[in-house]
Design a protein around this ligand. Structure first.
Ligand SMILES: [Zn+2]
Length: 488
């Protein structure tokens, strides 16, 4: 079966063939680094990781560029609110993003770039658009003229009939029903960072950043551009317009967009109290590989409903696979080979590959492996599994894990390496902090210890207990009537 992807541009599932032999050139919009990545972000990044891993599995050579948006409305607002330079502010979240990616076993793209390191490329592209009549100046800013580029709207299916001539938009995000001439270069504003350029003092708009960086490393036309579905408009629509207007060539051949993540059936939002960063989940004792598994388990074109039940099930599924691999490696089986089981592995591998070929149907790829594990366990219990079956089963598991990357139990080592787990004194081990949330009795016991420490004036000790509990996801609140606690 040929590898097929859903292309947002055509609205169809299409056979995938790269522009040049076995080379796949791919651009992914990375994190806008004004905050820690949330699980909606990571749903998209896990999808992109499965995509690149499967392309490699299929024998393609992948050249992936990922950008870090380190100058835009959000990053500038954040730096201002904290009273620090933009670069210092975004550095912190770039480092955190790198750690998060390692925790989630996300492969590092071949090229990771920061927008602020590519201002010259952006300026050149804007100058080209001006020279070709697609851009105009107003009050020191430069805008893209939507009317000058008739194909505008084809990616996101934007209806331009309500477009008011000369109406402009300066913000990075706006609604599809509000399509207008958008800003390429923003004139300097009081208190905002700026660059001194031939366009004047100012800073790039968000959309031009990705056009300039993707074409610089991947050429004027490349194979895949992917991101979350909410980036389709205006970000990707505008990227496409800017790039194609400047080069006169198709910009991207396959646009792949991951659907939203919702939480318990509702939109994730800070105001609803159901907003989780990766770090929030780790603080509650969940393992990164379980989070990765859960985020990968729903095909990317389907909405993913995140629940804590689902996360527990994900952990359970991983343990089943790891136990199976352990059994497969450690147990002694009678000599020879069971041909039925050999054929069974062939079928499972075929089902796994067919599923991923089919627009990355991860749910079916998982089902294929779990069916195989169930059958193998049954065969082992009945004494029908033979030594000669072992290597073939190990090979299928290894192939499966090249894409899903959850079989190695590296969570604890990584969390310790990055300082998420501190050894807690007393009966609570670091493992317990990580593996499961503390039991109520354990929390009460720690609070009693802390009260005792406070009574004898040992505040270092009491602060330590409070900090340790916080690491375990428990927040203490001291009131007149005693200490209350709640889980984060
Ligand atoms: Zn982008």
């Amino acid at each position: 079966m040929a590898l097929r992807f859903h292309n947002t541009l055509s609205g169809q599932v299409e056979d995938f063939t790269p522009l040049e032999g076995d080379k796949v050139r791919m651009y992914t919009c990375g994190l806008t680094v004004y905050d820690y990545g949330h699980i909606g972000n990571y749903r998209t990044f896990v999808f992109q990781d499965i995509l690149r891993r499967y392309l490699k599995y299929r024998g393609y050579e992948v050249l992936q560029v990922m950008n870090l948006t380190d100058v835009d409305d959000n990053t500038i607002r954040g730096a201002k609110a904290h009273g620090i330079p933009l670069r210092d502010y975004t550095d912190k979240f770039i480092q955190a993003f790198e750690v998060d990616r390692q925790l989630l076993n996300l492969e590092t793209p071949e090229i990771v770039v920061r927008a602020t390191d590519h201002i010259d490329d952006m300026v050149k592209l804007i100058q080209e658009l001006e020279a070709k009549g697609y851009a105009y100046r107003s009050d020191g800013s430069v805008y893209f003229s939507v009317r000058s580029f008739p194909p505008y709207g084809k990616l996101a299916q934007v209806d331009l009939s309500g477009l008011r001539p000369g109406a402009r938009v300066d913000t990075d995000k706006y609604d599809k029903t509000d399509a207008r001439d958008f800003v390429l270069w923003k004139a300097v504003k009081e208190g905002e960072p700026f660059w001194e350029t031939p366009l004047g003092r100012g800073r790039p708009g968000w959309h031009i950043e990705c056009s300039a960086m993707s074409m610089r490393y991947l050429g004027e036309t490349f194979d895949i551009h992917s991101g979350g579905i909410d980036l389709t408009f205006p970000h990707h629509e505008n990227e496409m317009a800017q790039s194609e207007a400047a080069t006169g060539k198709p910009f991207v051949r396959y646009w792949l967009h991951a659907e939203h993540l919702i939480v318990n059936g509702e939109k994730m939002s800070k105001s609803l109290g159901n907003f989780y960063t990766l770090r929030d989940l780790i603080a509650r004792g969940h393992k990164p590989t379980a989070i990765r598994y859960l985020l990968a388990s729903v095909p990317y074109r389907k909405q993913l409903n995140f629940t804590f039940d689902g996360l527990h099930q994900a952990q359970h599924s991983i343990e089943r696979l790891r136990n199976f691999r352990y059994r497969l490696t450690e147990e002694k089986f009678p000599g020879g080979e069971n041909p039925e089981l050999q054929a069974r592995t062939q079928a499972a591998r075929q089902a796994f590959e067919d599923a991923l070929d089919d627009n990355l149907n991860t749910a079916e790829a998982l089902a294929a492996i779990f069916d195989l594990v169930r059958d193998a366990n049954t065969a082992m219990d009945r004494g029908e599994f033979r030594e000669g079956n072992r290597p073939v089963f190990l090979d299928v598991l290894e192939r499966w894990d090249r894409v899903f990357a959850v079989l190695e139990d590296t969570d604890f080592a990584k969390l310790r390496q990055f300082g998420f787990v501190k050894t807690v004194e007393g009966s609570v081990t670091a493992d317990a902090v990580l593996v499961k949330p503390l039991a109520d009795e354990e929390i009460e016991k720690r609070i009693a210890e802390r009260d005792a420490a406070r009574r004898r004036g040992d505040f270092a000790r009491s602060d330590k207990i409070r900090a340790d509990l916080l690491t375990a996801g428990v927040i203490l609140e001291d009131t007149k009537t005693g200490t209350r606690w709640k889980r984060k």
